[in-house]
Design a protein around this ligand. Structure first.
Ligand code: CA
Length: 264
């Protein structure tokens, strides 16, 4: 439920942003709102990417912030994605919404790095980062950055059972093996028609944008698993894309895509 609520909030926020961006200029707007519109807001970056994994213990969250005015503060909130609770100042307790002040390397400069050290145990987290400039502008990183903390920092391995150029008759059973040093969570595949460049859609009949299917491996599972998916395919040339994900979100894709053909 907490996840649904958060997504609803993000959706509302996104809709509000779009609505704000597309509102036609209004002659009744005050000078104050016009000056707000011309003011540039701080731009934030983070030094890690959505879905990154950190070992447990002291974790250094960092990034940069830039604006046309000196930046007053960068504040970071850490949310446990399972419980929905927020990390408290003690770094040990979890509760209501709470922000930490990141350290700014050069608070007098319009462009500076920000750093925050936090203590986190194994788990799955999201981070809200917000900056405020001295001229009143503010910015944030959207959507919230998700990251994981755990001992599993080794990505899985994945392979297919058939060699490049293999021929099948329909229905086609695509299969292979994946291993992980700890625990595989899911293996997903995508099928591309090489003549059109389009991908098989969820209805398993039509073709369009990139689309992944869950295989039989979905949910927390062991470290060595055989994956498979059986699909009806018309005669033609195809490419298989496959990706394995472990319990800490490390991912590995089958490279290169494995080409195969379906013959009458
Ligand atoms: Ca792993």
């Amino acid at each position: 439920m907490a996840t649904i609520l958060r997504h609803s909030f993000l959706l509302v926020a996104a809709v509000a942003l779009v609505a704000g961006a597309t509102t036609p200029s209004d002659a009744s707007q005050s000078d104050a709102s016009q000056s707000d519109a011309s003011q540039s807001d701080p731009v934030l970056t983070a030094d890690f990417e959505h879905g990154d994994n950190f070992p447990p213990g002291t974790i250094t969250l960092s990034g940069t912030v830039s604006d046309d005015a000196p930046v007053l503060s960068v504040r970071v909130a850490i949310r446990d994605r399972i419980s929905g609770a927020w990390l408290q100042d003690s770094m040990a307790g979890w509760g209501g919404f709470n922000r930490f002040d990141a350290v700014l390397a050069d608070p007098t400069s319009p462009t500076t790095s920000w750093t925050l050290n936090v203590e986190l145990n194994e788990g799955t987290y999201a981070m809200s980062v917000r900056a405020r400039a001295q001229d009143g502008g503010w910015g944030h990183i959207s959507p919230w950055l998700r990251f994981d903390v755990g001992d599993d920092v080794t990505p899985p391995q994945i392979d297919a059972d058939f060699a490049r150029g293999a021929q099948f008759t329909s229905p086609v059973r695509l299969s292979g093996n994946a291993t992980d040093d700890q625990s595989l969570v899911r293996i997903r595949i995508a099928i591309r028609d090489r003549s059109t460049g389009l991908w098989l859609q969820p209805d398993r009949v039509t073709w369009g944008d990139f689309n992944r299917f869950h295989t039989n491996i979905f949910g927390r599972a062991a470290g060595d698993l055989d994956w498979s998916l059986t699909v009806d395919l018309p005669t033609g040339d195809y490419a298989l894309s496959a990706r394995a994900t472990d319990s800490q979100g490390n991912e590995t894709s089958l490279k290169p895509w494995r080409h195969f053909s379906v013959v009458p």
